[in-house]
Design a protein around this ligand. Structure first.
Ligand SMILES: N[C@@H](CCC(=O)N[C@@H](CS)C(=O)NCC(=O)O)C(=O)O
Length: 231
């Protein structure tokens, strides 16, 4: 197996919860590429130092090393151009850039306060102090304060997904009749939560939940069968 992916894990090596790593795992599955995933913890900086930075995903493909989920997707699209396209051409790639930015700037920040303490609870012991310190510096408050009132805060999060609902009334996926990387980008955010938290982000009758269910079943249930919570 020539492809390897450094993949964020919790205390249990099989609890893989990074939204960005999920984007990459679905992109690899879309391309029909087998990959060996290597569990990685936040404080294992030395293990990925060869990539020249300190975050996952990191993909190793022979002598190529690529980090950052967007860079990995564009690398896979070019290196495996003969396989099913991740973007459906240059216009699709250009639009997927917006989806990537929307996921990173609206969807993921909307989920963070709802699941932050659940993330903390699932971390490997060696990561706990690092996670608390870096996130409390980032948010300027205690983790517990960031995550307060989640039953109230889930309401504006659900409202923020309205553009997706309008789209899903006309088509089953961002990419149309079948999913592509644009779907995997946003799905990665929901899978992040599912792997780490029992909190119900979506109501059962939400069309976004139906879209998520379709993607949970994709690639023989790759995401559905991952260690997580059936929410
Ligand atoms: N823009 C990057 C973000 C990657 C990222 O932030 N990964 C997190 C895991 S979800 C990480 O490795 N964080 C390391 C740290 O916080 O020290 C991407 O799309 O891949």
């Amino acid at each position: 197996m020539s492809l390897q992916l450094y993949d964020l894990a919790g205390a249990e090596p099989e609890r893989r919860f990074s939204p960005y790593c999920w984007r990459t795992k679905l992109a690899l599955a879309h391309k029909g590429l087998a990959v060996e995933t290597i569990p990685w913890r936040f404080t294992d900086k030395d293990v990925i130092a060869f990539s020249g930075q300190g975050r996952v995903p990191v993909l190793v493909d022979g002598d190529r090393v690529v980090s950052d989920s967007w860079s990995i997707a564009t690398y896979l699209e070019e290196a495996y151009a003969d396989r099913s396209s991740l973007f459906g051409g240059p216009a699709g790639k250009a639009l997927a850039r917006f989806v990537n930015s929307w996921a990173d700037n609206v969807v993921a920040p909307g989920i963070t306060p709802l699941v932050l303490m659940d993330i903390y609870a699932h971390l490997h012991e060696k990561d706990r102090a690092y996670f608390r310190q870096t996130r409390e510096n980032r948010f300027g408050m205690k983790l517990e304060a960031v995550s307060a009132d989640r039953d109230t805060r889930v309401v504006p999060f659900r409202q923020s997904l309205e553009p997706m609902r309008v789209m899903l009334a006309a088509q089953p996926f961002f990419a149309g009749d079948t999913p592509n990387y644009a779907d995997y980008i946003v799905f990665g955010c929901f899978q992040w939560s599912r792997c780490i938290s029992e909190f119900q982000l979506l109501t059962a009758d939400d069309p976004v939940a139906a879209w998520r269910a379709r993607l949970l079943g994709a690639f023989d249930g790759l995401a559905r069968d991952a260690l997580g919570y059936a929410v």
